[in-house]
Design a protein around this ligand. Structure first.
Ligand code: ATP
Length: 270
């Protein structure tokens, strides 16, 4: 993978199977992202214009980034990523130049997915904030909109944006031909937590007393990121206990569970 300032270009290795739960969401992304990138000629022959942008929203740590990467992998698309917060903190003009640069490179490397994380930082509703900060955001936003409008149909480039604050997103981004599809990425329910635990213990040697179904039941409100961290930490507890340990046991998971509290609360769930 080549790396330019804040940008990596590669086809990600993450697959749909690396993501627990979210069956319907994966199906929607396959149709909206994977199909048009893989079969762009079919779309143009049929005269169906694919969506150009998808907005993923939901609490942190629930796999928005991972979904975007899996979609890119499935479509064998180059993956470019931009962070709203990074763009915002750049010198005047630098952020806009980077946005234009990414779109140019994405066109050259098509099929491509441009992942725009923390979109709300740049694409905040206009007005309301202090004059200086709104101009920085506005210039970035208008550059982004110009680039999105410039994406001709079926050219094999799609923008996936992510935010934790969908209500803060400027309405201009939601016009037809921009972010036509808005998908909520929820925190995992019990079944999804079970699948996430399976994903993150795939390569772990575990004793028979580990009951992932029970752990899934005991981890209400935990995000995918927290469950991943919990599995790693259980392994660390086993190693701290005995550096030559060969398996991770239920008690190691229980020790970690006792110390963990989910960051989300019931009110965070839409
Ligand atoms: P943020 O809003 O903080 O950027 P995000 O929604 O983009 O978060 P990710 O970065 O995709 O979340 O997920 C964080 C980590 O949690 C990843 O390393 C991923 O492996 C793990 N994870 C989250 N959800 C799942 C899931 N459904 N299945 C498997 N792993 C998950």
């Amino acid at each position: 993978p080549s790396i330019t300032r804040g940008v990596t270009v590669e086809v990600p290795k993450i697959t749909w199977e690396d993501i627990g739960g979210l069956k319907n969401l994966k199906k929607k992304l396959q149709q909206a992202v994977e199909w048009p990138l893989k079969h762009s000629t079919v779309f143009s022959r049929l005269g169906v214009s694919p969506v150009r942008g998808v907005l993923l929203h939901g609490p942190p740590g629930c796999s928005k980034t991972t979904l975007a990467k899996a979609a890119a992998h499935a479509a064998q698309a180059s993956f470019f990523s931009l962070s709203g917060a990074d763009l915002y903190s750049m010198y005047v003009g630098e952020g806009e130049a980077l946005v234009r640069n990414i779109f140019r490179r994405a066109r050259l490397a098509a099929p491509s997915i441009i992942f725009f994380d923390e979109a709300d930082v740049v694409a905040t509703k206009r007005g309301g904030s202090s004059s200086n900060s709104s101009t920085v955001g506005e210039r970035l936003l208008s550059t982004l909109l110009t680039e999105m409008d410039g994406l001709e149909q079926a050219k094999g480039i799609l923008v996936l944006a992510a935010t934790n604050r969908p209500h803060a997103i400027d309405a201009a981004l939601m016009r037809p031909g921009r972010f036509d599809l808005v998908l909520y990425v929820p925190p995992p329910d019990q079944e999804a937590r079970y699948e996430i635990l399976q994903v993150h213990t795939r390569r772990m040697q575990m004793s028979d007393d580990v009951n992932l179904r029970q752990i899934a039941e005991d981890t209400e409100l935990f995000t995918g990121a927290e469950l991943e961290g919990m599995c790693r930490e259980a392994g660390m507890v086993a190693l701290r206990e005995d550096i030559s340990a060969t398996v991770v046991c239920n008690r190691h998971f229980q020790i970690v569970l006792q110390e963990l509290k989910p960051a989300l609360s019931r009110e965070d769930i839409e």
